[in-house]
Design a protein around this ligand. Sequence first.
Ligand code: ADP
Length: 248
Amino acid sequence: DASHGTVLYLDDVNVSFDGFKALNNLSLFIDDGELRCLIGPNGAGKTTLMDVITGKTRPDSGSVYFGQTLNLLEMDEPAIAQAGISRKFQKPSVFDNLTVFENLELAMKTDKGVWTTLFAQLNGEQLDNIGRVLETIGLAELYSQQAGVLSHGQKQWLEIGMLLIQEPRVMLVDEPVAGMTHQEIDKTAELLLSLRGKHSVVVVEHDMEFVRSIASKVTVLHEGSVLMEGTMDEVQNDPRVIQVYLGD
Ligand code: ADP
């Protein structure tokens, strides 16, 4: 099912804030099942781009499509989330007073905003799904721990698990390894790589070593546009990219 269709399609997107162009004729295509890294200096437009995809920010012009047919510019934030685009912000937001398992259970039961099953017993299939996600995020042995006692890295993985349990087609992940130890960074790379083919994942990240370890394709944003796309080697050897990062 990892057909190589385009899952996200942005064409000629423009966003301005008080005359300042945060996105400037930006075009971007993300394939089904792809793991893409988005880099660029501060102010390049990375956050604005994520905000456009999730419906938080409306562009002044341009097109944004999900799959072949869903026009995201005609959908509000909840509808976009419901359609299968989820976002993880930089700071983990897990429920400290619930266990690891309960955090996943809650995320599963509140998927699509449907709260009616909140107090229902989990059925076998749901238990299996939670078990699978626990394995994927490497927290199976800690399932009964309170989330509040987890390390920063473990909380980030749990939150990724809370997205995964909702089976998103696209995950937007903001600076996942900020504040992590080297070991945690390596485990995060492994985790994100394991999602390839099953989910499209767009990662915004400043840690270039981490980006190199996960991305086959990197998109460089600069002044609201795509400066270039390529492998990490191509990107790091590109004079325009070097200029943007070191030139000013
Ligand atoms: P990045 O995430 O790459 O650092 P952003 O998308 O946050 O870049 O910002 C791009 C530019 O747009 C920045 O210069 C920022 O100051 C500006 N900007 C972002 N959001 C707003 C806003 N709500 N109002 C005004 N300016 C904004």
